[in-house]
Design a protein around this ligand. Structure first.
Ligand code: HEM
Length: 561
């Protein structure tokens, strides 16, 4: 009897092993994708080892050159079709459905993800969100946001002064991260983030009595900054549970439950940070709704620079008492105040409620913070390594005026075109969002290849923007490519430059990002130049949530005479 049980167990074990071996070969999926070229298939893990070792961006770029477009790679059990030529990219990106890769969240947190304009799987929810987001990025609204951007850049410039005086190196990427967080935080919630002051106080607190650093995190802005930074930092460390997602995607729900039932320390902290974000967002929304109930009326801005966007008439205000006793930097006209009128609308089977609005505000911060900081940091890195281009930038800025207020949003393109071109060329060489993803529910043909329905498609933006087949001298930093009328601009292949994606799901914040980046560069170079500390060329990057520099960008800061 006992022997029988063990034999049974042995048979079951063998059968499970055989099933796992067979599963790891993915015979059915491989048959469907058999006609696509790509790196040799590897049992179970696919190309995850290369992705972890080299980084997804670098590995895809290498394979794109080797196998052309489209090629097939395996993220564990997930076949991914990678595209890296303009006509195919445009065709893929014309589709509205985005391929969702993974999320470990369940319950309220999962709901928050499912509402986000970026992550939602429902096209109705996406459309509702896109419509609600749009007014914030209108020309009028962007003009009204310019003073906030300028104020944050001025704070950063002032903050760099001690390092310049002491000749002390700084990680400019990190400093820029504080600045962009300042901008998205302030514009999202209408709360004066003042991250730079926060960072200094946080450092002081850390150096003081035990536990005071955590106690210091108490104002809404402090709590928001802590939450967003924590989410980014912990994502970078990864969660071992993600490996199960890729290896056995069919078990998605089980892995989610497991990740939440047995959370790692990092996941627990991330959940706490997300909880904070949700709690503060909800609090602000309730406050706004109560104010509106009391006669407040949320309006869009009048579009004049300096008017601080729209406002809440009649005393209702989403602006929270500002931290550190400072006046709030922006009146309503904040992202949240423009999104709130959508509450109560129907999107498919969902009625848009406060949690939906929190999901949008959270996404706004997450999408706009690191991407833009990376872009400006890459520009500083490239300018430091190309003194002739830096000289042209300085000449343009000096031509505008070293001590003059920066141009308005409307005047920016004509006043500082080379500064804008520097940003665009930095985005070509180092696209912070290196891939754009889409789903093909019912098949598509790319070149002479038929791609089966349900495929996960990725447009490899960095491979396309750095390909020697599409760009002359792709490794050279040539902002002139983006100066209309120059011979370099005439050589640009149409459609080969997509740092913000394309089609109906093109980055909704692209104008916001370009405006912020150009204004910040101009504010910094009015006062300083930057030199790289040794050992940073070539810059090492890695793709986590965005493609960022592995160890930051370390520079010495030099005050201009
Ligand atoms: C230099 C900075 C930025 C870069 C390089 C960037 C890049 C991208 C890319 C490549 C996409 C995917 C597009 C596609 O799938 O076709 C995207 C989507 C998106 N971005 Fe950005 N982005 C930047 C800044 C921002 C900012 C500042 C915001 C908002 C404050 C923002 C909000 C979004 C949103 C909401 C989406 C999803 C749009 C949708 O699915 O409809 N981004 N971004």
């Amino acid at each position: 009897m006992e022997l029988g049980f063990f034999s049974l167990l042995a048979y079951a074990g063998c059968a499970a092993l055989a099933a796992l071996v067979l599963y790891g070969f993915h015979p059915v999926k491989r048959w469907r994708y058999r006609h696509l070229p790509g790196p040799p298939f590897r049992w179970l893990v696919g190309h995850l080892p290369e992705v972890f070792k080299e980084g997804q961006d670098d590995a895809q770029e290498r394979w794109a050159e080797q196998y052309g477009s489209p090629f097939l790679m395996w993220m564990g059990a997930l076949p991914v079709v990678v595209v890296s030529v303009p006509d195919q990219a445009r065709k893929v990106l014309a589709r509205p459905a985005r391929h969702v890769i993974y999320s470990l969240h369940t319950g309220e947190e999962g709901k928050l993800d499912s509402y986000s304009i970026v992550f939602t799987r429902s096209l109705e929810l996406w459309k509702a969100a896109r419509g609600a987001w749009q007014p914030f990025f209108s020309a009028d609204s962007l003009a009204a946001l310019a003073p906030t951007m300028k104020a944050s850049a001025a704070r950063l410039a002032a903050h760099l002064q001690p390092a310049a005086a002491a000749g002390k190196p700084v990680d400019i990427w990190r400093e820029l991260g504080l600045m962009t967080m300042d901008v998205v935080g302030t514009t999202a919630f209408g709360v004066d983030f003042n991250t730079l002051e926060h960072a200094a106080q946080q450092k002081e607190a850390e150096g003081a009595a035990e536990g005071s650093a955590e106690r210091h995190v108490r104002t809404p802005a402090d709590r928001l900054i802590w939450a967003v930074r924590t989410i980014f930092e912990l994502f970078a460390l990864g969660n071992p549970m993600f490996a199960l997602f890729f290896l056995f995607p069919e078990g998605e729900q089980a892995w989610k439950q497991l990740a939440n039932a047995l959370p790692t320390a990092g996941f627990r902290t991330e959940l706490k940070a997300r909880g904070e974000l949700r709690a503060i967002g909800t609090e602000l929304i309730q406050q706004q709704l109560a104010a509106q109930g009391g006669g407040g009326e949320t309006t869009a801005g009048d579009g004049k620079e300096g008017s601080n966007g729209g406002g809440t008439k009649g005393g209702g205000s989403v602006v929270h008492p500002a931290p550190h006793g400072r006046p709030a930097a922006i009146e309503p006209g904040s992202f949240l105040s423009l999104v709130l009128p959508s509450l109560g609308r129907q999107a498919g089977s969902e009625t848009l409620g406060p949690l939906w609005a929190v999901g949008q505000a959270t996404t706004f911060i997450m999408a706009g913070y690191e991407t833009t900081a990376n872009a400006i940091a890459y520009a500083v890195y490239l300018l430091a390594g190309n003194p002739d281009k830096e000289a042209k930038l300085l000449a343009e800025i000096d031509g505008w005026g070293r001590h003059k207020a920066l141009p308005s949003a409307a005047d920016l393109p004509s006043a500082l075109p080379y500064t804008a071109a520097v940003v665009q060329e930095a985005l070509r060489m180092y696209p912070p969002a290196a891939v754009a993803v889409r789903e093909v529910p019912c098949g598509i043909s790319l070149g002479d290849k038929a791609i089966p329905g349900d495929a996960a498609l990725q447009v490899c933006i960095n491979a396309m923007q750095r390909s020697p087949r599409l760009w002359r001298d792709p490794k050279a930093f040539i902002p002139e490519r983006f100066m209309p009328g120059t011979p370099e601009a005439a050589e640009v292949t149409p459609g080969a430059y997509l740092p913000f994606g394309d089609g109906p799901r093109k980055c909704i914040g692209w104008r916001f990002a370009l405006q912020e980046a150009a204004l910040s560069l101009a504010a910094l170079y009015q006062q300083y130049t930057f030199r790289l500390t040794p050992g940073q060329v070539p810059l090492k990057t890695k793709m986590v949530l965005t493609m960022g520099p592995v160890d930051g960008v370390h520079v010495t800061v030099h005050r201009r005479e």
